[in-house]
Design a binder for this molecule. Structure first.
Ligand code: PXL
Length: 306
């Protein structure tokens, strides 16, 4: 597989745009690793959310930065409780890491509330993250847990549509999120293209509609649309119940690819390849839906012997 050659190759070096608080940074050196930022919620079950993103960044050769938005009390049975962080703390995390370490690319996951989305939009503008800025911005419009529990309310949906979609380099909705954002119920590949056109009009540079929920399709064909051209990203459909974190893995591998200097087209293909393998190697954990795996990126000798 062509991407296996990525392992162990040199990465584009990144520096922070400017030192924080006027600190001239006597220790500052150019890093050999690119960095990527996830703006996301914590999943105590370790399957989705920022845990999935950091795991993906690591196994794709990217240093992971985090702006935590919310802590969920979660296991494979569902989301039982949550606590959202104050918006200024979310913005502060983004600004702190951007000023000191530099952000090669960023992605969003669970954003919890309209207030947090407003804070994220402002912080991304000042940190140079966005479709017209230096650091590409992947907006994964996470709206509900995999058990269907909402991860933000109607005000959050409006803020996402108005404030984040126009700032996105790539928007990566699943079919439930397509319906919430556009009202279009996707039942086949033709409707996926129609939805991609409707979403592109809301402002993102690229739309990547994920087909994981199109259960009757024997293949898993995602659609990338740049406003003119549709590109099909085709993979097999695995009949496994263990798919928790699949969307997060796809969007974070895409983000890692962008942080490593790939074009959006190449990073999307890389994300598809990553998530296809992650679903193939998913595993049971707990009573219900188990996580997709990032372990397939490790070799057997990477595991310590007992
Ligand atoms: O997979 C979407 C997602 C993202 N972030 C958090 C989640 C979930 C789904 O459950 O809990 C924190």
């Amino acid at each position: 597989m062509v991407y296996a050659k990525e392992r162990g190759t040199a990465h584009p070096a990144r520096r922070a745009a400017s030192p924080p608080d006027g600190d001239t940074g006597a220790m500052s050196e150019t890093s050999p690793l690119p960095s990527a930022l996830t703006i996301a919620g914590s999943d105590s079950g370790g399957a989705a959310g920022l845990q999935a993103d950091l795991r993906t960044f690591l196994t794709c050769g990217v240093h992971g930065l985090v702006a935590v938005t919310a802590v969920t009390v979660q296991n494979t049975l569902g989301v039982h409780d949550r606590s959202d962080l104050p918006p200024h703390i979310v913005a502060g995390q983004i600004e702190a890491v951007a000023a000191d370490m530099g952000v090669g690319a960023a992605k969003t996951g669970m954003l919890a509330s309209a207030e947090i989305i407003e804070a994220v939009a402002g912080a991304c503008d000042s940190a140079g993250i966005g479709r017209d800025a230096a650091s590409p911005f992947v907006v994964d419009p996470v709206a509900a847990s995999m058990h269907g529990q909402p991860l933000f309310d109607d005000a959050g949906l409006a803020a996402l549509r108005e404030l984040l979609l126009p700032r996105a380099t790539v928007l990566t909705p699943n079919l439930d999120e397509v319906r919430l954002l556009t009202g279009i119920t996707v039942t086949d590949r033709a409707r996926m293209r129609e939805a991609a056109i409707a979403l592109h009009r809301l402002g993102p540079r690229y739309v990547l509609v994920k087909s994981g929920h199109l259960a009757d399709d024997p293949q898993c064909v995602d659609i990338l649309f740049d406003g003119e051209t549709f590109t099909e990203l085709t993979g097999p459909r695995f009949r496994t119940p263990h798919t928790h974190g699949a969307g997060d893995a796809m969007a974070s591998a895409l983000t890692a690819g962008l942080a490593r200097g790939m074009t959006v087209e190449r990073a999307a293909a890389f994300g598809k390849w990553f998530v296809t393998n992650a679903v193939e190697h998913s595993y049971p954990m707990g009573a219900k839906v188990g996580p997709v795996s990032a372990f397939w990126r490790l070799a057997a000798e990477d595991f310590p012997a007992p």
